[in-house]
Design a protein. Structure first.
Length: 575
């Protein structure tokens, strides 16, 4: 349920008192949640905040609400639901109102709802079914998961047939797989293959992997996950299963299983524990068969607030200031996988309001954002970044986000848009912030146009965070200590993870961004307009207060958040 979504402004304290009486939360926790609610301008309800702050669970809130309104509480699931009764109401109605018909006895229909106080909904169910309705209270999460289990959308796969690690050895080897496509398609739908693919997807989401690599070699098959930017081997399935595994993934992604000589790209929509997850699939023919890479896009992992992105206080205030500019261009730079799009999404979330028209052009759209008009390019159909951006300018936008500036046409249109009253946010692939100026010039944008339109450039990297569970102080080499003390001018304590079960013995859990914020002043803009060398522009940026990537990283080393080795590894081009 949207935790607490049925509580009105008048009885928010009633929910708190119920939870307090049950011993679920403390008075101090309620006060903290109410303070947070006031700080957020009442945009979130008390129940939502209590769950978000990990003071209680959605099930505990649902149980308390059920007691308050005199209805039973049920933790619903597929096993207590009569699948035949689901059809008594249209699917659109079930999903739109978060309603789950459980069973029907004579003319009494028992339904699970997330809002037990909505008498109009209950009246409508009675009118549509001709039954007397008996209500039980449950959570939105459980209701949706059960609906999707029995009524999955045509293009959505429910990953609920899970195996555990111990049963991996029990897979029946599929020997002598024929090359006949009809037989291969049949094998791909068999239980061992389906279970294995489900296992790989489910565990990748659970372990916060960003990618799954299915890699055939000479008589060997391995599956690796990319977690926190690093690859590690998950399992080695029987080599004979490779064609069937690839075919299963292709079927899910609606690709051609008969085509094995050309690369193919597709997408899969899955539900994992009731949560929608998008998967981008790339299949590439190799020496020993097709390699599959599956990119995992989990909407819950997209951080949509700037405070959570690792900005220092000064950089955060500066970035906030530039993205609230009425026009101009703001660039986020860094290599692939450095979190550029996440930063842009967080910026858009902050700028989003009823008073502005925000439009994006992306390839692909990685996070659907309510209230923002998002468009996905389709190069096969000729709908490229430059074409989409040109058309977008006729959609009366205030703020435009361009997924990536790749070519001369896109760069020029983006700059022209910035000069004609639009705020343009986009990304570039450069090593540091000043390098984006050279990149724009290389793409054919005139120096005076860059100078006239550029507001700011943010370069960033993602570095792995030291595992808090096994963090310990240590003494690095003399050369490393000298680098740090040269940057900070003081003694620093160094920490690293020694390895434990929680971090899979890597010493790291999660990642945080380090930043380099370049906001050119009038003198620097004049230098850009005169096509001054990058070296001189960078020197001027440092003189006027730009904090380099490595220095920002060292500040996080001082705070004990990251290891110095991680900072030096990711900023070696700046050392």
């Amino acid at each position: 349920m949207e935790a607490g979504s049925q509580i009105t402004v008048e009885n928010k304290m009633q929910l708190g008192q119920l939870l307090l009486a049950r011993g679920v939360v403390s008075a101090e926790q309620i006060e903290k949640a109410l303070a947070e609610q006031r700080a957020k301008g009442h945009r979130k309800l008390l129940g939502e905040l209590l769950v978000e702050m990990s003071y209680c669970t959605e099930n505990q809130i649902a149980s308390a609400l059920a007691e308050a309104y005199g209805v039973p509480y049920a933790q619903v699931g597929p096993k207590i639901c009569d699948v035949k009764v689901l059809e008594i109401l249209p699917r659109e109605f079930l999903e739109g109102h978060i309603v789950l018909p459980l069973f029907k006895v004579h003319d009494v229909l028992t339904v699970a709802v997330s809002e037990p106080t909505n008498v109009f909904l209950i009246d409508e169910i009675e009118r549509m079914t001709g039954c007397r309705v008996q209500v039980v209270c449950s959570t939105t999460k459980d209701i949706r998961a059960t609906i999707q289990t029995y009524l999955p959308a045509a293009n959505v796969f429910v990953i609920d047939d899970i195996i555990d690690d111990e049963s991996l050895e029990d897979f029946t080897l599929i020997e002598n797989i024929t090359q006949d496509i009809s037989n291969l398609e049949e094998i791909a739908g068999q239980s061992p293959v389906v279970k294995l693919v489900n296992y790989l997807l489910y565990n990748a989401v659970r372990e916060n992997a960003s990618d799954i690599h299915i890699e055939p070699d000479d008589k060997r098959l391995r599956v690796r996950y990319r977690v926190d930017g690093r690859m590690y081997e998950k399992i080695r399935p029987p080599y004979q299963m490779h064609p069937a595994i690839v075919s299963r993934v292709k079927i899910m992604a609606e690709l051609d299983i008969a085509q094995r000589r050309l690369p193919q790209d597709g997408g899969i929509h899955v539900l994992v524990e009731g949560r929608p997850i998008d998967l981008r699939v790339s299949v590439m023919p190799g020496n020993f068969g097709e390699k599959v890479v599956i990119r995992i896009i989990d909407p819950q992992k997209v951080l949509l607030n700037l405070e959570s992105l690792g900005f220092t206080y000064d950089n955060l205030q500066l970035f906030r200031k530039v993205i609230h500019s009425p026009n101009g261009i703001v660039l986020v730079t860094g290599p692939t996988g450095s979190g550029k799009n996440t930063t842009l999404y967080a910026a858009l979330a902050e700028l989003n309001s009823e008073e502005v028209n925000i439009c994006t052009v992306e390839d692909p759209v990685e996070c659907n954002m309510a209230g923002i008009n998002q468009f996905q390019v389709n190069e096969k159909a000729g709908f490229e970044f430059s074409t989409a951006l040109r058309s977008l300018l006729r959609q009366d936008p205030d703020i435009i986000m361009v997924g990536e500036i790749r070519d001369h046409a896109t760069a020029n249109i983006a700059v022209q848009a910035a000069l004609t009253g639009h705020l343009v946010l986009s990304t570039l692939h450069t090593n540091d912030a000043p390098g984006a100026v050279t990149r724009l010039l290389d793409l054919g944008v005139a120096p005076y146009l860059v100078s006239a339109s550029l507001i700011a450039i943010l370069a960033q990297r993602l570095v792995r965070k030291v595992c808090p569970n096994c963090r310990s102080e240590y003494e690095p080499s003399i050369s490393i200590r000298r680098i740090v003390e040269k940057a900070t001018g003081e003694g620093v304590k160094f920490y690293r993870g020694v390895g434990c079960k929680k971090c899979r013995n890597t010493g790291y859990v999660g990642r945080i961004a380090i930043h380099e914020m370049f906001v050119p002043n009038e003198e620097t803009l004049a230098m850009i307009g005169e096509h001054t060398s990058l070296k001189k522009i960078k020197q001027k940026a440092l003189e006027t207060g730009m904090i380099p990537l490595q220095t920002d990283g060292i500040e996080k080393v001082k705070a004990g958040i990251v290891s110095i080795e991680e900072v030096l590894r990711t900023t070696q081009t700046e050392t």
